[in-house]
Design a protein around this ligand. Structure first.
Ligand code: C2E
Ligand code: CA
Ligand code: CA
Ligand code: CA
Length: 277
């Protein structure tokens, strides 16, 4: 038929690929959304397993696009990295997270604030200065701030990353290795880095009771203990996994079982309610 003929002779045109259109449109719109303050932070609480006490939150970026609706951070963070708006994104996220932490402190909520930092931002020459600026602007105890970095981000320029991590550590800010187990960091490097926490990736945790991934969870808990690092399991979705992690000696947990990420106002009432009990 005429239709198949046309398809056969038509060359691939990236501009006509609906995925390309979406990416191009999102890149431009993301830049504007960041500048216009349209990136929101949602917060997911983190608990100490043995006591059930809420000890902190992780800030997670959210973006609602007028046409596409909620765009997941797994899509727009890489897009920001590719299109040159990652520093702008990192700065607005840090600014919002610090302001929220201060606001909660005023309401009597002393909680750790964990912020995700992409590899590119770790190597950004402005990072240290920005962090110092925010710490003094909001008069925040640096020990209450945790920067979460993926294993692979620390491997991009390993020497430089090691240096920056040490400087961040000197500021008193804590570092967590995120998505542990999914990257390729060598154990000897991990022991040298100024890291105070390991977060076991949810892909090993959420189904650990019915799969061999429990062995990875067990090994990571042991490793963290030997390195003197706190270990957090992410992706805890049910009571049985919570209990098993407690038996295994895991210190902290995050996951849908405790709570899904919440918008700031919802998180505030949730946190006030939980800490009043
Ligand atoms: P992440 O840092 O590993 O964050 C945890 C992700 O797991 C979040 O997805 C969270 O909503 C989800 N999650 C939490 N508990 C559970 C659970 O029990 N089960 C399951 N299945 N999922 C759970 P989210 O918010 O979509 O974020 C995805 C990723 O995007 C994050 O992974 C992080 O790598 C990145 N990201 C988010 N916000 C930022 C940001 O502000 N800056 C940077 N650089 N990256 C960010
Ligand atoms: Ca994280
Ligand atoms: Ca993670
Ligand atoms: Ca992740």
């Amino acid at each position: 038929t005429a239709k198949t003929e046309k398809t056969a002779i038509e060359r691939y045109d990236p501009a006509r690929d609906p995925n390309t259109t979406r990416r191009l449109r999102l890149s431009g719109d993301l830049r504007r959304a960041i500048a216009a303050g349209e990136i929101q932070l949602w917060y997911q609480p983190k608990a100490e397993l043995a006591t059930g006490r809420i000890i902190g939150v992780e800030a997670l970026a959210r973006w609602r696009h007028e046409r596409y609706g909620q765009v997941p951070p797994d899509e727009f963070v890489p897009l920001a990295e590719q299109s040159g708006s990652i520093s702008a994104l990192t700065w607005v996220v840090l600014e919002k997270a610090f302001a929220q932490k201060k606001d909660w402190e005023r309401q009597g909520l002393a909680l750790d604030m964990a912020v995700n930092i992409s590899a590119r931002s770790l190597l950004d020459a402005d990072l240290l200065g920005r962090l110092q600026g925010l710490l003094s602007e909001y008069e925040i105890d640096p020990g209450g701030i945790i920067l979460e970095l993926t294993e692979s981000s620390v491997m991009v320029d390993a020497e430089r990353a090691e240096e920056v991590l040490e400087q961040i550590h000197q500021l008193g800010i804590r570092i967590a290795v995120d998505d542990f187990g999914t990257g390729y960091s060598s154990l000897s490097r991990l022991s040298r880095l100024s890291v105070s926490e390991i977060k076991i990736d949810k892909s090993f945790v959420s189904n650990m009771l019915s799969s061999k991934t429990e062995a990875i969870v067990v090994a990571t808990i042991e490793l963290a203990r030997n390195l003197g690092q706190v270990v957090t399991a992410e992706g805890v979705e049910d009571r049985a996994t919570w209990d098993r992690l407690l038996d295994l000696g895991c210190e902290c947990v995050q996951g849908y079982y405790l709570s899904r990420p919440m918008p700031a106002a919802v998180a505030t009432s949730w946190l006030l309610d939980m800490t009043r009990r």
